[in-house]
Design a protein around this ligand. Structure first.
Ligand SMILES: [Fe+2]
Ligand SMILES: [Fe+2]
Length: 186
């Protein structure tokens, strides 16, 4: 027999679902901050830093995949070379999304080439051997997967829009890793 669901007020533990009116009022101020309201919380600088490190990672990944695309071309592997270019373009699209979000939350996207590699989580690679290329890309993707998973956990409900964007990128990086694993096994 089904138990009667306890819907009375005591189930709410004395709390109710109410908006924070003070934060709504505060949103009327500082209109120059655009999408960032005073209620955004104290984490903006940290989130911009996390996003800038991810931006650096994506840009290094674009460079590595492009290097591999053009050098793998002659290694009787046009299909794999083509796959590297597909990934390069997808990493570039990730970089654009991240840069756009950084600006939306009032930060500055860091494209400085001199510090790109030290800020990136993943490495550049200029292997000439096809298997070594695939392996380097797989390792880089696994690092990206781990970094994005950690970022998603850290951001939690502090910035749902950024979290959703990162979840979409994480999905792509897992797909990249999976494809590279298949290529390595061929
Ligand atoms: Fe990416
Ligand atoms: Fe990727």
């Amino acid at each position: 027999m089904l138990q009667k669901v306890d819907n009375d007020k005591s189930a709410h533990d004395g709390k109710s679902l109410r908006l924070d009116e003070t934060a709504l009022e505060a949103a009327r101020t500082r209109a120059e901050d655009g999408a960032v309201t005073p209620g955004y919380g104290p984490w903006r600088d940290d989130i911009v830093k996390l996003l800038n490190d991810a931006l650096a990672t994506e840009l290094v990944c674009v460079l590595r995949y492009k290097r591999h695309h053009f050098t793998a071309h002659g290694l009787s592997s046009p299909a794999i070379a083509a796959e590297f270019m597909v990934h390069a373009n997808e990493e570039a699209a990730h970089a654009d999304l991240i840069a756009e979000r950084i600006v939306q939350i009032g930060g500055e996207p860091d494209f400085a080439p001199t510090t790109l590699l030290e800020r990136s989580h993943a490495d550049y690679d200029d292997s000439n051997d096809l298997k070594a290329m695939i392996r380097a890309n797989l390792v880089a993707e696994r690092i990206a997967v781990e970094a994005y998973r950690q970022m998603i956990t850290l951001i939690g409900d502090k910035d749902p829009t950024t979290r959703r964007m990162l979840e979409g990128i994480l999905h792509d990086e897992e797909e990249h890793a999976d494809e590279l694993k298949d290529l390595l096994e061929q």
